[in-house]
Every structure is written in C-alpha cells, then in structure tokens.
Design a protein around this ligand. Structure first.
Ligand SMILES: Cc1cc2nc3c(=O)[nH]c(=O)nc-3n(C[C@H](O)[C@H](O)[C@H](O)COP(=O)(O)O)c2cc1C
Length: 313
C-alpha cells in the first residue's frame, strides 16, 4: 500500500547554492546599505539563517554622507541619497568584523571608491583580515580621475576597475555589482572578461522626486537612487538578459520582498538573490524569504533546492 504524499515529504531541505567557489547555506542574501553592517540586526534576525550578508559599502576613508533628507517614498518604491556614508574599511575591520565572524553566514564586503587606487586600498586592507567570504564591487560611482564618468556605465572603465580589483583580491571571490543605467550586456561582458567570479544585478536607478510647489528636490541632493517593488520588472529583465550573456553566476536584486519575487528571479536566471529595501518595512524580510523558500520545497516534495526549476548552479 502506498503512503500518503504528506508522509513522504522531506523534513529538511538542502538549500545550499554555489556561487563559483563559494558555498552559501541558502540563496538569500541581505543587500548592501539596507542591513547596516549586519551585526545591528542580530537582536531581531537570526543572522545564521541567511545565506549571506553584504555589508554597507566600505571606502578607504570614513565618509559622512549626504545632507538630510536621505530617503523619500515614491509610488511603489523608495528614493535614497545616502551618499555612501560609512565608517571606513579600517574601522570596519577593527570594530565590526570580530563580532560578525562568529556567525556561519557568509560576510560579503561591499567595496567602493572614487579612484582605482581607492578601490585597491579597501581590498588590500580586507585581504589582511579574517572573516570575509567575498568582495562585492559597487561600480555605480563616479571616477574623479576621468571627469566623473561612472565606472559602471562605461565598459572600458568597468574593465579597468575590475582588473585592478582582481589583482588586489588574490584570496577571495570577486562579485561585481552592475549599474542598471548602462548597456548592461557590455558592462557584464567587460566585468566577466576582467575576472569577476559573479555579477550582482543590479544597483538602484538614478531618479528624482520634486516638491511640485517649490520645485525643490524631496531629497537633500537633487537626485537619488530608486529601489523597491517599482524596479522589479526592470531589473528582472536585466537578470534575464545578463544570465544569457555571461557564463558566471548572476545574483539578482531589485524589489524582492517575498518567495514569489525570489522565484521570478530564479526563473529569469539568478543563482541567488538579495533582499534590500524590503528590510525597511520588515527587518526580518530576508529571514522570512529563506523560510518561505524552505516551505515551498517541502510543499513540492523536494529535498534539494537545485531540483527547483530555474536555480542554475
Ligand atoms: C538606503 C540604501 C543604501 C544603499 N547603499 C548601498 C551601498 O552602500 N552599496 C551598494 O552597492 N548598494 C547600495 N544600495 C543598493 C541596494 O543594495 C540594492 O542594489 C537596491 O536597493 C535594489 O534592491 P532593492 O529594490 O531590493 O532595494 C543601497 C540601497 C538603499 C535603499
């Protein structure tokens, strides 16, 4: 006599995914700039439940950031002009990493600079530290040595910054986070050819919101970056195109707040996903997506996430 389907359901599910040489305990990662340095969330979230945490962007020197207001709600999304405020890479290593490295979760250092030398300096400092699993290069930054063109918009500048970072990052995988306001297939190819191990797709979209009466920006700066549900269909298409253009894994992020959002990204070609703006409404958003994913696999009666349609390892 055959047993009922519920009796055959797996009690646990292997959610491990591989991003190149890096094995993550599951494909859900907290996105840079939306989850602090991770440790601030430890009283609200079981950090060990996440596949990874990408910390706030780190620069060679501490940065005070942009004037207030830094956030503004828009229809279906959010604008931010945080100005990449951070404590600087050396303070991160001394003050945050010792607590972070006690967790099993992969800690990914988001790195940025305004010159090639600054990117290289941040990576060199991190290379000497323990507890970092990978680097994620934020290339949505103006290159002050090249008249302010963004590294991530011009494929030749993308190639230069990834080549320099690759040389400095001898020990660890290098992920490159693409700017969405670019010919992304060209920048994706440039990053892959220069040695990226994976691509994070994508950053926020340059955007603005004005007070209709005064004409003044609703942010402390004239423009900011758009994120949240409003960008999901746009970024989903970028993930779809890029995953068919390069051979390295693609990590998708843009407006993910639920299991179904994550599944859409897997179907489009992502190997892992990041949760960003959703943390502002629910600090447990990424942990919740991990749980939803686990239950989804159990419902489908599969015990390994790689059996789920769309996950491309
Ligand atoms: C307040 C805020 C700060 C951010 N800071 C960074 C950052 O330091 N480095 C980075 O690469 N991306 C940063 N991002 C971009 C996010 O990591 C993510 O790429 C983007 O918000 C799109 O995903 P989402 O729609 O899920 O938020 C920031 C986003 C927000 C909303």
């Amino acid at each position: 006599m055959s047993s009922p389907a519920s009796a055959r359901r797996p009690t646990d599910v292997d959610l491990n995914v591989r991003i190149g040489t890096l094995l993550l305990s599951n494909p859900v990662i907290a996105a840079s700039g939306t989850f602090g340095y991770g440790i601030e969330f430890s009283h609200l979230v079981d950090l060990n439940s996440l596949g990874g945490i990408v910390v706030k962007g780190l620069s060679a020197q501490p940065l005070a950031g942009a004037p207030a207001p830094r956030l503004c709600e828009t229809t279906g999304g959010m604008l931010n002009a945080v100005g990449l405020q951070n404590i600087g890479v050396r303070a991160f290593v001394a003050e945050k990493l010792p607590a972070l490295r006690k967790y099993r979760t992969a800690i990914i250092a988001n790195v940025f600079g305004y010159t090639l030398a600054e990117y290289v300096e941040v990576i060199r400092v991190l290379e000497d530290a323990e507890g970092v699993a990978a680097y994620e290069l934020n290339i949505s930054c103006p290159n002050v040595d090249k008249g302010g063109s963004e590294f991530g918009v011009d494929p030749s500048l993308t190639s230069e910054v990834v080549t320099a970072a690759r040389r400095a990052a001898a020990k660890r995988p290098l992920w490159v986070k693409l700017a969405p306001n670019a010919d992304v297939r060209a920048t994706a190819r440039a990053a892959e050819a220069a040695g990226a191990d994976a691509l994070t797709v994508a950053n926020t979209y340059p955007a603005m919101a004005l007070d209709p009466t005064t004409g003044r920006s609703k942010l402390g700066r004239s423009t900011g970056g758009l994120s949240g549900p409003a960008i999901k269909p746009l970024t989903l298409r970028l993930v779809y195109d890029i995953s068919r253009t390069v051979k390295i894994p693609v990590i998708g992020l843009g407006g993910i707040a639920s299991l179904s959002d994550a599944l859409e990204y897997f179907r489009a070609g992502a190997t892992a996903i990041q949760v960003g703006t959703a943390h502002f409404a629910d600090p447990r958003a990424s942990e919740r997506v991990v749980e939803e994913l686990r239950h989804h696999c159990i419902e489908l009666n599969i015990n390994n996430i790689n059996q789920l349609g769309g996950i491309s390892n």
